[in-house]
Structure formats: structure tokens, C-alpha cells
Design a protein around this ligand. Structure first.
Ligand code: 5GP
Length: 228
């Protein structure tokens, strides 16, 4: 029987460089492609319908939700996003690995529903750098940047639900780390990458700076807050 593809879920606070890392992975690693999500957000300049997203109206999105078309879906900064079953089932059956670039609520839904998925969290080196990256991207208004930053603290606390955590201090290093994780998962030999990129290391090293407390015996610490 031919090998089924693996879904790799990548989440990160907005502006962490997730899209750049994911694009580099898909360009450089054979056998992995993006799953194409649905969204109610308007296309940004250069975005192509059916390639970057399926851009749909809120009415159509709600219809798809009620038809059960989505593996996961979530609201993010005033828009709806979702991964359809169709976007992942056929490629995975054909043996294609997939990158699912989703925000953290969607990642949590996928964790509930897909045992085969692997979860990678990207972190920014610092909050100041994150804000600067968001602004320099220039695709969002000041108001949209402020809205996105407000979501960041909740997003960072979600690192506990992920298998791997990679700090994007240096773009090439972050790409190499994610590629190493994917290749190890494909081989089924994850010991070394778990030791190197398992979330425990990041939580221990970066937890205090990012305001993420390590989990207590009963799971993630509640009330994790970013320093203001
Ligand atoms: P953007 O509007 O910048 O393209 O995406 C905003 C956020 O939505 C990002 O964190 C992105 O990863 C996330 N996102 C994109 N597609 C999906 C999806 O299908 N499901 C979920 N839950 N989040 C998504």
C-alpha cells in the first residue's frame, strides 16, 4: 500500500514569520504542499483565489460550516478561516504531505480530530521585534496591527498544545529546524528533533521572557500573561 501523507500544522502569533518559513519549506522540500483554506477576508494584493485561499462571502462560509465541510474553522481578527476536508483528504490519500498554516484555535480542533497530524509552533524572538515585523509588512492598518498584537498573548500561551516549538531568531535556522522536524517525522525517527525542538526546551528557555509559565502537574498554567 502506498504511504499516506502527513498533515503538518504550523501556528504562530501573527508576524512571527510563519508564512515566510512555510513558503520556503514548500519550495525547498519535495513532497509537501500547502492546504488551501477558505476565508471571508478580502484578498491582499497579489493573492490569488484558489491558490492562496478560497475567498468566499460570509454567507457561503456559513453554508459550508453547516454542511460540515470543515475539518476546523475559526474566527481571527474579524474574519472566518477554515480548512475543508476536501483540501486535505485527497492530497493526503495520494501520499502528499501537507502544511496547514492555521491560527491556534484551529490547531486545537485539528488536535482533537486527527491523530496523524503533527504540530509545530513558531515563536518570535521578542515582542518588540514582532510588532516591528507586523508594521513593516505594511499590509495592515495601524488598527489591524493593534488588533493582531492583542491576540498575541493568548496565542503564545498555546505553545503547550504543540509537539514542537521553534524560535524564529534567524530565518534560515527556523526553516532548517522545521525541515528537520518534517524529515524526521517522515522517517519515523523523531528522538533527535524532539530533544532539539520539542516544546519543553522553548518553554524553559523563553517562557519567562515571553510570559509563558511552564505547565504545572495538571497541564498548562492558567493566567499566563505577557509582560506589558
Ligand atoms: P491572514 O489573514 O494573515 O492570511 O491569516 C490570519 C491568520 O489565520 C493566520 O494566523 C493564519 O495562519 C490563519 N489561518 C489561515 N488559514 C486558516 C485556516 O484554514 N484555519 C484557521 N483556523 N486559521 C487559518
Amino acid at each position: 500500500m502506498s504511504r499516506r501523507g502527513l498533515p503538518f500544522v504550523v501556528s504562530a502569533p501573527s508576524g512571527t514569520g510563519k508564512t515566510t518559513v512555510c513558503r520556503a519549506i514548500v519550495e525547498r522540500l519535495p513532497g509537501i504542499a500547502f492546504s488551501v483554506s477558505h476565508t471571508t477576508r478580502l484578498p491582499r494584493e497579489g493573492e490569488v483565489d484558489g491558490r492562496h485561499y478560497h475567498f468566499v462571502t460570509r454567507e457561503r462560509f456559513d453554508e459550508l460550516v453547516s454542511e460540515g465541510a470543515f475539518l476546523e474553522h475559526a474566527e481571527y481578527a474579524g474574519n472566518a478561516y477554515g480548512t475543508s476536508w476536501e483540501a486535505i483528504d485527497t492530497p493526503l490519500l495520494e501520499g502528499q504531505d501537507l502544511l496547514l498554516e492555521v491560527e491556534v484555535q484551529g490547531a486545537a480542533q485539528i488536535r482533537e480530530r486527527r491523530d496523524d497530524a503533527r504540530f509545530v509552533f513558531l515563536l518570535p524572538p521578542s515582542l518588540a521585534e514582532l510588532e516591528q515585523r507586523l508594521r513593516s509588512r505594511g499590509t495592515d492598518s495601524d488598527e489591524a496591527v493593534a488588533r493582531r498584537l492583542a491576540i498575541v498573548s493568548q496565542e503564545l500561551a498555546a505553545v503547550h498544545g504543540f509537539d514542537y516549538a521553534v524560535v524564529n531568531r534567524d530565518l534560515e535556522e527556523a526553516i532548517a529546524a522545521v525541515a528537520a522536524i518534517i524529515e524526521a517525522e517522515r522517517r519515523g525517527e523523531t528522538h533527535a528533533v524532539e530533544a532539539r525542538h520539542g516544546r519543553a526546551g522553548v518553554v524553559a528557555e523563553w517562557g519567562e521572557a515571553l510570559g509563558i509559565a511552564p505547565p504545572g502537574p495538571d497541564g498548562p498554567a492558567s493566567g499566563a500573561r505577557l509582560p506589558s
